[in-house]
Design a protein around this ligand. Structure first.
Ligand code: HPA
Length: 301
């Protein structure tokens, strides 16, 4: 069986063929409610079903073919996924993070992960965008489970201390000084959480709750990409509103706010990649053939 890193390199090669772009600079994953943002990020150079890239899981939503776009904004080529693969669909973790690994293999050094979430922090209002400052991964899974990654990739014992890069969050706050920052807790789903789970998550320091992003962020960080996470709060989390949770409401709030959050992304993305990159991405293309990042021991106790 091909390893997931090879599969991502093959998908990145297909991406280059389909788009005619040898590489991409930034990737954006658009979560629930964020789709209209795709139209304002830049000029669409190509749009294609992600199935053409290979390696993606078959979606479990009938009649819905997930697509990606190659978009130009300023000097940057942006890979935009209009949707994502969720763990709750029953797909393996490697399938959930294949888009992010493909983006990194295509050269993306910045990966923007967007999602919809329930607000645990009671100061948050539906329709509000919140920067993800950190996450709590309660999915019980990791994209790095298994043997050490192949030679040329960083160790699986990856440091997540600055996973949601402080540099990118500072840029986002410059674009919108009112942006709040919060901790995102990822549950497996697809059921919404119980009020008791939300109380537990709040006690653990979580501000918003969802069913995505954390595994993709880990996979991106492992590949040396900087991650920017932005969550659109669509509802008060379970137990925090007398009316309960309704999936159609979650979608409706997302749609209502999409133009505003899209404008934020459009403004922000061109600023994320400095003209002179501070450091190249990790991976075989960088010529780094060490399997152990600086400071990492080979095996934690
Ligand atoms: N819980 C989990 N995922 C979500 C929620 C929620 O309350 N709202 C939007 N996505």
């Amino acid at each position: 069986m091909t390893n997931p890193y090879e599969a991502a390199r093959a998908s990145a090669a297909r991406l280059a063929e389909i788009t005619g772009q040898p590489s991409h600079d930034v990737a954006v994953v658009l979560g629930s409610g964020w789709l209209p943002a795709a139209d304002v990020i830049g000029d669409t150079a190509a749009e294609f079903p992600i199935s053409e890239l290979g390696g993606f899981a078959k979606p479990t939503v009938a009649g819905h073919a997930p697509v990606a776009r190659s978009v130009r904004t300023g000097r940057l080529q942006v890979l935009v996924y209009l949707g994502r693969t969720h763990l709750y669909e029953g797909h393996p973790v490697d399938a959930v993070v294949h888009g992010v690994r493909t983006a990194a293999a295509a050269g993306c050094r910045v990966i923007v992960l967007t999602n919809a979430s329930g607000g645990i922090n009671e100061s948050y209002r539906p329709g509000q965008a919140v920067l993800i400052s950190d996450h709590i991964n309660l999915t019980g899974r990791s994209p790095l489970t298994g043997p050490e990654p192949p030679a040329g990739y960083a160790s699986r014992f990856v440091d997540l201390s600055d996973l949601y890069a402080a540099r990118l969050r500072a840029l986002a706050r410059r674009a919108d000084p009112d942006l709040a920052e919060g901790v995102y807790v990822a549950f497996h789903g697809p059921h919404y959480e119980t009020p008791a789970e939300i109380r537990m998550a709040r006690g653990a320091g979580a501000d918003m709750v969802g069913m995505s992003t954390a595994l993709e962020a880990i996979a991106a960080g492992h590949l040396g990409a900087e991650v920017l996470g932005i969550s659109l709060v669509t509802n008060p989390a379970a137990g925090l509103s007398p009316s309960g949770l309704d999936h159609t409401e979650v979608i409706a709030v997302g749609q209502h706010s999409a133009a505003r959050v899209g404008a934020l992304l459009a403004q922000l993305i061109p600023t994320t990649v400095p003209a002179e990159p501070p450091q190249p991405p990790r991976g075989p293309a960088s010529g780094d053939d060490s399997n152990t990042p600086p400071g990492a021991s080979s095996e934690p106790a």
